[in-house]
Design a binder for this molecule. Structure first.
Ligand SMILES: CC(C)(COP(=O)(O)OP(=O)(O)OC[C@H]1O[C@@H](n2cnc3c(N)ncnc32)[C@H](O)[C@@H]1OP(=O)(O)O)[C@@H](O)C(=O)NCCC(=O)NCCS
Length: 316
């Protein structure tokens, strides 16, 4: 499975680091308590040709579909999709969503299967060897008076979870609808479960908080995860500045401080990736300043399960 995944990455997204075996099983198997993942493999004797999974979350089945490059265009992807769609239907799910990497054959595949593009994000990459660290330290220090930044390796500590969830709930700078399993939860109970799930999947969370000193409230936060499966590339998740605390340089300072912390704590890191909704101006500007470069589109496609089943029946 891991070998197959790395062949696919090398063929389709060669700028991405190969995955390691560390926590790979947990990454595939662990979900939030109220979610379920169902997986299938397509094999030829002992050889793995393809893999599909659906994550049953809320009212949508989130699909992952992978076919080894040397086994493509032979109907394996279609067969796996048919199996997954039937299961989604049997579980009572009416739609399927999938995240597709721009510039790869999967776009043609899903368009051929009747999926519609619902949302486009841009993936940005920051090459850490190109960062001007002294300038970054200046940006990190640029918080308005009355605020302080706090770094929490291993995620937000238990006593502030309530406050933290509240800050997340107010508003996100990057409100992208997201299919990934992320700690995007806005109450402390769910946030706690999300953090436990992240850790169990081998994804190490880091958080930097901006604290409003007078009230002691969380004015802003930024989250990064370092995956055990590819520890040279970190994922920048949400950055939130609570509306009443905007305009004090917190967004930029939070992200800059995070990068400085990561440099010390995770010396193996080579780059950081982040996703922005096309048109998310404020965040885009901060990312430019920090040195993030647009890399590829990430497209979310959706389809009604009925529609997939109808089409597959028609060609069968
Ligand atoms: C997307 C993917 C799963 C398709 O698997 P596959 O086994 O090649 O798909 P199929 O053979 O069933 O293709 C069905 C149809 O899709 C379309 N299609 C698939 N690949 C295509 C390509 N490279 N160019 C144009 N059309 C394509 C064609 O209409 C094809 O029918 P045809 O071969 O009769 O013309 C495979 O390319 C893949 O693993 N990609 C990388 C992983 C990925 O990005 N997955 C999606 C996100 S999780």
């Amino acid at each position: 499975m891991l070998r197959g995944l790395n062949l696919i990455l090398a063929a389709d997204v060669p700028e991405d680091p190969p995955w390691r075996a560390d926590f790979f099983r947990e990454y595939l198997a662990v979900t939030l308590p109220d979610e379920r993942r169902v997986c299938w493999v397509a094999t030829d004797g002992d050889d793995l040709l393809g893999y599909a999974s659906i994550l049953l979350v809320g009212d949508i089945a989130v699909l992952e579909l992978l076919v080894r490059p040397d086994a493509r265009r032979a109907g394996v992807g279609t067969a796996l999709l048919a199996t997954a769609a039937k299961r989604a239907d049997a579980e009572g799910y009416g739609s399927i969503g999938v995240e597709v990497v721009g510039g790869t054959p999967a776009l043609d595949f899903f368009e051929a299967q009747g999926f519609r593009c619902a949302f486009i994000e841009m993936r940005n990459l920051l090459d850490l060897s190109a960062v001007d660290w002294p300038q970054l330290a200046t940006l990190a220090g640029g918080v308005g008076s009355g605020y302080r930044l706090e770094c929490h390796p291993d995620g937000p500590p238990e006593p502030i979870l309530e406050e933290y969830a509240k800050a997340k709930a107010t508003m996100r700078l990057n409100p992208a609808y997201d299919l990934e399993l992320r700690p995007s939860s806005y109450d402390s109970e769910r946030l706690r479960a999300s953090l436990a799930t992240l850790r169990a999947r081998g994804l190490k969370p880091y958080v930097v908080l901006a604290v409003h000193e007078q009230s002691g409230t969380v004015a802003g936060l930024t989250e990064v995860v370092v995956p055990a499966q590819r520890p040279t590339r970190a994922d920048q998740y949400d950055t939130v500045v609570v509306r009443t605390h905007r305009g004090y340089g917190l967004g930029r300072a939070l992200k800059a401080r995070m990068l400085s912390e990561l440099r010390g704590a995770e010396p193996q890191l080579l780059d950081v990736q982040t996703w922005n909704a096309v048109g998310a101006e404020a965040m885009g500007r901060i990312n430019d300043e920090l040195g993030f470069k647009p890399n590829r589109q990430w497209r979310e496609y959706e389809v009604d399960v009925d529609e997939v089943l109808r089409r597959l029946d028609a060609v069968a």
